[in-house]
Design a protein. Structure first.
Length: 95
């Protein structure tokens, strides 16, 4: 029985990570749109409220969604692929 429980834990963990990765990728892409409101992005990604989305985004990137958007705009980014997920707080790209 313990082996089954462990296998289930592994599958659940993998699913959580997959959903988390999808949410981060989608959020980064949507943040590059000047017209996308943060509350709309949070709702699209099925977050209960903006603070929950902001905490998750900060966990993923080290920046708030607003900081990420500003950083991207200042650096001329038009796609999320150009910005490392581990962006440093000082506005520099992670090495």
């Amino acid at each position: 029985m313990r082996e089954t429980h462990t296998a289930l834990d592994i599958v659940q963990d993998a699913m959580f990570k997959l959903v988390d990765r999808y949410r981060f990728t989608t959020a980064r892409t949507r943040l590059l749109s000047d017209t996308a409101r943060l509350t709309d992005i949070a709702a699209e990604l099925d977050y209960r409220d903006l603070p929950s989305f902001t905490r998750a985004f900060h966990r993923w990137s080290g920046l708030s969604p607003s900081e990420y958007r500003t950083f991207a705009q200042r650096n001329g980014q038009t796609t999320a692929a150009g910005i490392s997920p581990a962006v440093k707080r000082r506005g520099k790209r992670a090495s």
